[in-house]
Design a protein around this ligand. Structure first.
Ligand SMILES: Cc1cc2nc3c(=O)[nH]c(=O)nc-3n(C[C@H](O)[C@H](O)[C@H](O)COP(=O)(O)O)c2cc1C
Length: 172
C-alpha cells in the first residue's frame, strides 16, 4: 500500500460514513484513533520499539513486514470498541456495532477509490502496543483499517457456498 491516501476532508467524510452504523441504544460504543502522514510513521516506529524487547530472531522477517505495512499505509484508523455491560443493551450488540463501523469504513474507502484493509495482529492485542496506540483499559481494538493506494487489485479467494451456510427454516 502506498500514497496517496485520503486528504483531511476525505478522511472526515470516511469517518462520518463509518460512524453511521446500526447502534442499539445510540451508545456510540466505539471511537477512532487516526494516524496519517508523518504520525503513522512515528506510530510504526513506536510500535516497533515497544516490540523489539522480546524479539524472537525467527520472527524478524514477519515483524519487519508488519512494520513496513504500518509505515507504508498513508492512513491508519484504529477502530476502538468501548463495549461494556449495560442495563439494557447487550455487550455483544455493542461489539457488533464496532464491527459494522470497521466494515463501513472499508467499504466507504473502497467506494472513494482507495484500497483498504481491516487488520488486527500483534498491535491490537499486546498490552504495550495498546498503550502506545492510546487504547484504555476496558477498550478493545476492533480493527486497524489501513487506507491508501494499491498498485494491483487484490486477488479474490473462494467464498463459502451458499448451500453450506443457508438453511431453510423447517418450522418449530
Ligand atoms: C477483526 C478482523 C481482524 C483481521 N485481522 C487480520 C490480520 O491481522 N491479518 C490478516 O491477514 N487478515 C486479517 N483479517 C482479514 C482481512 O480483513 C481480510 O478478510 C483478508 O485480508 C482477506 O481479504 P478478503 O476478505 O477481501 O478476501 C481480519 C479480519 C477481521 C474481521
Amino acid at each position: 500500500m502506498r500514497a496517496p491516501g485520503p486528504d483531511q476532508t476525505q478522511l472526515e467524510t470516511l469517518l462520518t460514513i463509518a460512524s453511521r452504523v446500526p447502534d442499539h441504544g445510540k451508545l456510540a460504543p466505539w471511537r477512532f484513533i487516526v494516524a496519517s502522514g508523518e504520525a503513522r510513521k512515528k506510530l510504526a516506529d513506536a510500535l516497533w520499539e515497544a516490540r523489539k524487547a522480546d524479539f524472537d530472531p525467527d520472527d524478524v522477517a514477519r515483524l519487519t513486514e508488519e512494520r513496513t505495512k504500518l509505515s507504508d499505509a498513508p492512513t491508519l484508523v484504529v477502530v476502538v470498541s468501548q463495549a461494556a455491560p449495560h442495563e439494557k443493551i447487550p455487550e455483544w450488540e455493542q461489539v457488533l456495532s464496532a464491527g459494522a463501523v470497521c466494515l463501513n469504513l472499508v467499504t466507504a474507502a473502497l467506494a472513494m477509490g482507495y484500497g483498504a484493509s481491516w487488520l488486527t495482529g500483534w498491535s491490537a492485542y499486546d498490552e504495550r502496543a495498546r498503550e502506545t496506540l492510546g487504547v484504555a483499559d476496558g477498550e478493545k481494538v476492533a480493527g486497524i483499517i489501513y487506507i491508501g493506494t494499491f498498485d494491483m487489485a487484490p486477488t479474490d479467494r473462494p467464498r463459502p457456498a451458499l448451500a453450506d451456510i443457508v438453511t431453510a427454516w423447517q418450522g418449530g
